[in-house]
Structure formats: structure tokens, C-alpha cells
Design a protein around this ligand. Sequence first.
Ligand SMILES: Cc1cc2nc3c(=O)[nH]c(=O)nc-3n(C[C@H](O)[C@H](O)[C@H](O)COP(=O)(O)OP(=O)(O)OC[C@H]3O[C@@H](n4cnc5c(N)ncnc54)[C@H](O)[C@@H]3O)c2cc1C
Ligand code: SF4
Length: 531
Amino acid sequence: MSRPLVLVLGDQLTTTLASLRDLPDGAVVALCEVAAEGRYVPHHPQKIALILAAMRHFAETLRERGYRVHYSALDDPDNAQALMPEAHRLAALYACDEIRVVRPGEWRLWQAMREQEHAALPWRLLEDDRFYTTPEDFASWASGRKSLRLEYFYREQRRRSGLLMEGEQPAGGKWNYDHDNREPLPREPALPELPRHRHDDTTRTVIALVAEHFGDHFGSLEGFHWPVTRRQALVDLRHFITHLLPDFGRHQDAISDREPFLFHSRLAAALNLGLLAPREVCEAAEREYLEGRAPLNSVEGFIRQILGWREYVRGLYWTRMPDYKRGNALAAHQALPACYWSGDTELRCLKRAIEMTRDNAYAHHIQRLMVTGNFALLCDVSPEALCDWYLAVYADACEWVELPNTLGMVLHADGGLMGSKPYCASGKYIDRMSDHCRHCRYDPKRMTGEDACPLNSLYWRFLERHAEGLSANPRMKLIYGSLARMNEEKRQAIRHQADAFLANLDRAPAWAEDGDEQRRRHLAGYGEEVV
Ligand SMILES: Cc1cc2nc3c(=O)[nH]c(=O)nc-3n(C[C@H](O)[C@H](O)[C@H](O)COP(=O)(O)OP(=O)(O)OC[C@H]3O[C@@H](n4cnc5c(N)ncnc54)[C@H](O)[C@@H]3O)c2cc1C
Ligand code: SF4
């Protein structure tokens, strides 16, 4: 009889995981905390604490269910501190004859594991069936299509899942209610208090461990509030469904100077770790619509994020890697502005998004896309530098979802595979969708001069710089028409303003010294070298 070592990764904390089913008697389930995975980018301490605390609780759950579990703790003296060597060490320790693992969340690991499939100690790789679609499903949807737009994929997903369908037709007669979902916030939005999860001994120990080992990383551990067990994740789900979902839709695009979470669910981290299943979350939301407790625009908007976007970016990732990661269609080569690691900037919108990120390991989608993302796009930040930052700083960050969102959606570096145009914006957009500008030293209505919002001149500079590639895009015709109507004197003044701002922008050093070593190893997985 075979004796597998079943390796369960930190984002596979689901009791029905494919590798945990039908195990032979001698099987050993291994969960491994290793320093290398915590350092190849400088992950936010809350993100590391969340993953380790959730792993430790999950190991307990498995033991209670009768599994034989080996748990490698970060400070175990014989821990190999890197995933593959640690798995091999444990397989030898328990005399296992194969290592079983479900598809990980990063191509780098997947590739390394695939190379072992026919080794003396073979790795058996299983498909992750916790999603609505597999990479194979996505590939067959994409095959032969000229354009891979989300909207068509999403309709197919609605038909396949039956979510919000009335027979063959979408509920309410339309597939997408986005045009109802663009309201700014009222001055004092009434937001319910968030659930506070009690920290037991396990969670407290992990928080102390992370403070000791990763306290030098960007981000505060104070106010750690993430759900670390399935039970806590279900409390967060219930809270969202009951108190926030009805308003999720209309304020989905709004940004607040004070409130980090607004009507967003904060469920991405629990979903990505496997504490919640996408199906149960979508079905819970659908029920609210069917039973008349939440409006269709909110429920459809929310389900689209999970059934549509989440599945879509995953499909893109797995079918396009590793080339996808090398995309740089707009030839952006600058380093990240230093303020991304300090929050030290006079641009109020940017400062608040970075501060909220530092405090909570969270920023909502529009902050990621239209504030930190847009500023990096306008400042020519390289995809690599920006992707590393996003992968590091958010509790929900996993490469399969972070990379397409950052490289594709924010930076348009995949040449338009994911979005038909870049989401570039000037200060006008931020002023419309937030209350930041009221607290800012800059004026969103001014283009030049000392008080002018820097986003304005950067925006026009960006359009000029990429006119050759973007001006023929039908969705950008209007804006390039405005640029064409500007006289040369005005254009020059704007150029001068933007160049002066960029010349004074403090850029972050490439990487911290010990991070460099981890990073070299990480990129070695892509056949790249760090210079
Ligand atoms: C630059 C950038 C980087 C991102 N990196 C990540 C990441 O590493 N991990 C991650 O889970 N999401 C990422 N997103 C998507 C999205 O911003 C987050 O899922 C969301 O902000 C998480 O907060 P929430 O749970 O409150 O989401 P809500 O606003 O409540 O949305 C509900 C759920 O829908 C899903 N979702 C929403 N938007 C997206 C999207 N664009 N792609 C995939 N799933 C989506 C998430 O599971 C989320 O929990 C990124 C977006 C951008 C623009
Ligand atoms: S004025 Fe410009 S920099 Fe200041 S908050 Fe508004 S958009 Fe941001």
C-alpha cells in the first residue's frame, strides 16, 4: 500500500481539498511554515500572521478529524526553511513513497513540483477543484476567441452555474448592473461595526512570532482582525451578507478619506486561503436577492466579482504563464516611488491608501486600481516593481490573482489582453469619487502651478507618451480628441509641470539586502536573473 506525504499549502486550508480525500491508512499530512515563503517579497506582517495562524488552526482541525499530521513550525531547529526541501525531508522522515499536492497558487512552485513528477520520489499533482472553473475549462473557453473579455466569460459562468438565472435569461433581464453602481458616498456613511475575532493562544503566539521574525517588513501588526478559522470566516460572511451587501453595489466605486472598508466584504483573504468556498459565498448572496433582502444591482455586482473576475484572472494566469509575468507593453522601467513604503507624500489620496494598507493589509479595489495603481501607471513604474509591492502588502495577495490585476488591469502591460484600455485617470476622477481632495494641499481643478494636482499633468503626459499605441483605440478617441485641441503652449506647460514633478519624485531602492537573496531564488523559478 502506498504511503503518501500529503503537502497542504497555506492557501489550501479546506477540509474537502482533493488531496485529503480517500487517503490510505499510512498517509501523513504535512503543513510547513518556511522562512523562504515569508521573505521572497517582504510580505506584510498581518498577511504572514494570518496565514500561519490559519495553518496552525487548520492542522488542529485535521488532527481532530483523525488525520496523522506533521506540522513544521517556523522555529523548529531542523526545519529546512524552504518548501521543496522541507517536503523531501519529511517524506524521508516518514518513509513516504510519494508526495501529493494540489496545484499551488504560484506558477513558480507548480513548475518546480512538475519537474519532480518522474523523480525517484515522485510528486503527484492534483487539480484544485475549489473553483468554479479549472484552467482547462478556461483554456477551452478561450480557444479560438479573438478577444478574452471578462463580460463574455462571465455570461458563460452565469449559464453554467445557474446563478441569478431565470431559465435561459439573466435575472432582471440584464447581465450587468454596473451603471447603477457608481454613486459616491454620503458625507457620513452609516457603517456597522466590524466583527472582532477573539485571539486564542495559537493566534497570540503566531503574532509574537511574526513580530520577532518579520517585524522589519512594511505594515503594522496592531489591530490584526483577520479570520483565522473557518468559523470566524463564516462570521465575517454573515456580517457582510446581513449588513453590507444591500449597499455594496451603489457605493462599490467610492473612496473615503476615513473609512478603509466601506461596503466591501473583506472576504478575499478567507476565500483565497480556502476558509470559505466561492460557491457558498455566491449562493449566500444570491439567496438575499431571491428572498428580497438585497437589490439585484448589489447582488449581481458582488457575484460578478467572484464568479466572473476571480475565475477569469485565475484562468488567464494559468493559461498564460510564465510569459504573462514578463509583459511590459508600455515599456515602463522606473522604480517604485519610495512613498509606497512610507506613506510620506503630499498627495492625500495616495497617502491615505498607503496608510490604510500599512494599518490593515487591505485597501479596497478602487484604491488599488485608481489610486496606488493609477499613480504607478502615470509614473512609469515597471510591472515587476509594482507587482512585487502588491504581492507583499495585501492579506489576500496570491500571485494567481494579484498578477493579472496589477500587470494586466492596472499597468496594461499585457498589451490589452485583460482590459481594452488602461484605467488612467486625472485628479478629476478622484475628486468625483472621494472626499480626499478636500483634505489635500493640491487643487484637483488646476493643471499647472504650485498647487496643481500632480495627477492632472501626469495624466496628459501619459496620454502624449503613449499616443502612438493608444490614440487609435475607439474607447480613447474622445480623450485624444481633447489632447489634439490643446494648443502647443498649454501642452508644453503641462509637460514641464509633469517632468518637474517626476524629477523630484523619490524612488525606492531596488530591494533590501537579504530580500535580494530570496528574490534571486524566487526569480530563478522563471529563468530570470536579478541585476
Ligand atoms: C492592483 C490590484 C491587485 C489586486 N490583488 C489582489 C490579490 O492579490 N488578491 C485578491 O484576492 N484580489 C486582488 N485584487 C482584486 C480586488 O481588489 C480584491 O479582491 C478586493 O479588493 C478584496 O477586498 P474584498 O474582499 O473586500 O472585495 P469585495 O470588493 O468585497 O469583492 C468581493 C470579492 O470579489 C473578488 N474580487 C473582486 N475584484 C476582483 C478582481 N479584480 N479580481 C479577482 N477577484 C476579485 C474577491 O474575492 C473579493 O473578495 C487586486 C486588484 C487590483 C486592482
Ligand atoms: S488633489 Fe489630486 S493629489 Fe490631492 S487628493 Fe485630490 S486627486 Fe489626490
